[in-house]
Design a protein around this ligand. Structure first.
Ligand code: PLP
Length: 366
């Protein structure tokens, strides 16, 4: 069998969720498991968390339905609400919660007769300028929903554009808008994503919405005492499948991007962009071989990548290679660091691991 496997540590997932709760003890935290739990497998992650969490958050009704058909019974919030009015029947049938960000969604909801009132999170655009009602429109929409028979547990929801940044002026501007609205409407709030959960206690509301931190990635520009305790959930591991010695001046891979400047040992690893490993990884992108750091040498291919193991004397065919996450011996290569070398963020690397990479779970039983 091909040795590339995404190992998913569900104990680490639970540990990280508890850290999110520890950061915001006055809030309830929904576990955001959209996009197949950021590539980790939504159903397995939901099963691992279900005893601890009050609710889950996903991006669409398809994602919510597959959790229900997998046996998940906790509330599930649709972060972007419905995509068409006919989804309300399924929302009602399965007890989903909805966000409402557009007038047509309000109209559809108020024209619908659910069997029981639907919990609704009214989305306000406080500065992200993506989804939601403007702060000027929001009070009138709130008044239409708050006493409607179709609606229960109405909350104000918003999303931050810069909560990961050290510099807080835009965050504070969004926060000021939200505070004013919350006071005016006496509205319970759901605001904080992972970075706001970790770094901005003023944003902690009745609910928070941590996502990426649950998977062990640090979203903050500056690590803090809590982010240092996050544990990687996905460890993407493969093996060396071939080794060769190169003389000074010999090149490796497509286009010959990497060239030996000393007599070098190059190892071929079974992992490539056809698995979701980012082809933008530059020479020097770190990997772990037998727990020791070395680096990518040459362009990533579809099924393979090449690394310089000149300084890893015990590198052999079958040696463990960690692309990110933890080695079997416990050494960690953070997905955030790998993402920097790929000029991207951990979110794209984790959600980008393709279906042909088997996921192997450990730690499911609580
Ligand atoms: C994805 C998402 C989150 C979680 O964000 P993280 O940065 O992963 O913590 C929270 N709220 C909304 C609306 C989202 O779409």
């Amino acid at each position: 069998m091909r040795p590339l496997v995404a190992h998913i540590d569900l104990d680490a997932l639970r540990h990280n969720y508890r850290l999110a709760c520890h950061c915001a003890p006055q809030s309830r935290s929904v576990a955001v498991i959209k996009a197949d739990a950021y590539g980790h497998g939504a159903l397995m992650c939901a099963r691992a968390l279900e005893a601890d969490v009050p609710a889950f958050a996903v991006a669409s009704i398809e994602e919510a339905l597959s959790l229900r058909s997998g046996g998940i019974t906790k509330p599930i919030i649709l972060l972007e609400g419905i995509f068409s009015a006919d989804e309300l029947a399924l929302v009602d049938q399965h007890g989903f919660w909805v966000s409402v960000h557009s007038e047509w969604q309000v109209a559809a909801l108020l024209a619908f007769s659910p069997r029981q009132p639907i919990p609704v999170w009214l989305k306000v655009d406080s500065g992200m300028h993506r989804l939601g009602f403007s702060p000027e429109e929001a009070p009138a929409v709130w008044q239409r929903l708050v006493n409607a028979p179709q609606v229960t547990a109405l909350h104000l929801m918003s999303h931050f554009a810069t909560a990961d940044a050290r510099e807080g002026s835009y965050f504070n501007q969004q926060m000021a808008i939200l505070k004013k609205l919350a006071e005016l409407l006496n509205a319970p709030l759901c605001l904080a994503n992972s970075p706001a959960t970790l770094a901005w206690p003023t944003a902690h509301g009745d609910w928070n919405r941590p996502g990426i931190m649950l998977y062990g990635s640090d979203p903050l520009e500056d690590a803090n005492a809590i982010t240092q305790q996050l544990r990687p959930v996905m460890s993407l591991r493969s093996e060396i499948i071939a080794l060769r010695e190169l003389a000074v001046g010999e090149q490796v891979g497509y286009g010959g991007r990497w060239r030996a400047e000393r007599p070098s040992t190059i190892a071929v690893v079974a992992a490539g962009y056809g698995d979701g490993y980012d082809r933008h990884a530059v020479d020097g992108t770190p990997v772990l071989v037998n727990g020791k750091r070395c680096a990518i040498a040459g362009k990533v291919s579809m099924d393979m990548l090449t690394i310089d193991v000149t300084e890893i004397p015990d590198a052999a065919i079958g040696s463990e290679v960690v692309l990110w996450g933890a080695s079997r011996g416990g050494e960690v290569l953070s997905v955030d660091e790998v993402a920097q070398y790929c000029d991207t963020i951990s979110y794209t690397l984790l959600t980008g691991v393709l279906p042909r990479v088997p996921r192997r779970y450990q730690g499911l039983c609580v």
